[in-house]
Write a protein that binds this ligand. Structure first.
Ligand code: SF4
Length: 186
């Protein structure tokens, strides 16, 4: 083989770039669907929209096997510790999409019982507006997240959580967060 032949077939890159390329096309979503937005989330995975085209079809109901939390629907205060625990159980690196007005801001449920935006407690990477958002919007969010992963690479979810958490509410599973005390139990 002449030298110029194999030179045309050599591709050089950095390890980080290659790892990010693999990560962005292999999201394993953890669906946290609590309300009507969840139906649109299911439609996104179904045949008409087929989220598999973007490498994100492997929905896992075990947080240990997921790296993309998709919160679809309103989250009530009682469910918040569950959401936080699932998030903490997901391995790093991990990302979060807030799908719909309720998850992002409480939506029309301006009441003490509903979390007024999950980003008060979780580090959200992408917000999807709408009530409910269309599957195309969720797909757009996944494409945007893919671009972000390629750009930023591995940013630890816990780092984001520390940077963005705005309240001091107790976090279940606190032992997994270095420096946080265990919650008091009666
Ligand atoms: S944003 Fe609209 S569709 Fe989604 S959970 Fe809230 S009320 Fe339901």
């Amino acid at each position: 083989m002449a030298q110029h032949d194999w030179l045309e077939n050599v591709f050089l890159t950095r390890l980080n770039e290659a790892a990010n390329w693999c990560r962005k096309y292999s999201f394993w979503p953890m669906p946290f669907a609590t309300a009507c937005c969840g139906i649109e989330l299911m439609a996104t995975a179904a045949s008409r929209h087929d989220i598999a085209r973007f490498g994100a079809e492997v929905f896992r109901f075990s947080p240990r096997q997921a790296d993309l939390m998709i919160v679809a629907g309103r989250v009530v205060m009682k469910m918040l510790p569950v959401l936080q625990r699932i998030w903490l159980q997901m391995p790093e690196p991990k990302w979060c999409i807030s799908m719909g007005a309720c998850a992002s801001s409480g939506g029309v449920f301006d009441t003490y019982a509903v979390v007024q935006g999950i980003d008060r407690f979780l580090p959200v990477d992408i917000y999807v507006p709408g009530c409910p958002p269309r599957p195309e919007q969720l797909i757009r969010a996944i494409i945007d997240l893919q671009e972000m992963v390629q750009r930023e690479g591995r940013v630890r979810g816990l780092e984001r959580l520390r940077q963005r958490a705005r309240t001091g509410l107790p976090v279940l599973g606190a032992s997994e967060q270095p420096g946080r005390p265990e919650p008091q139990r009666n």
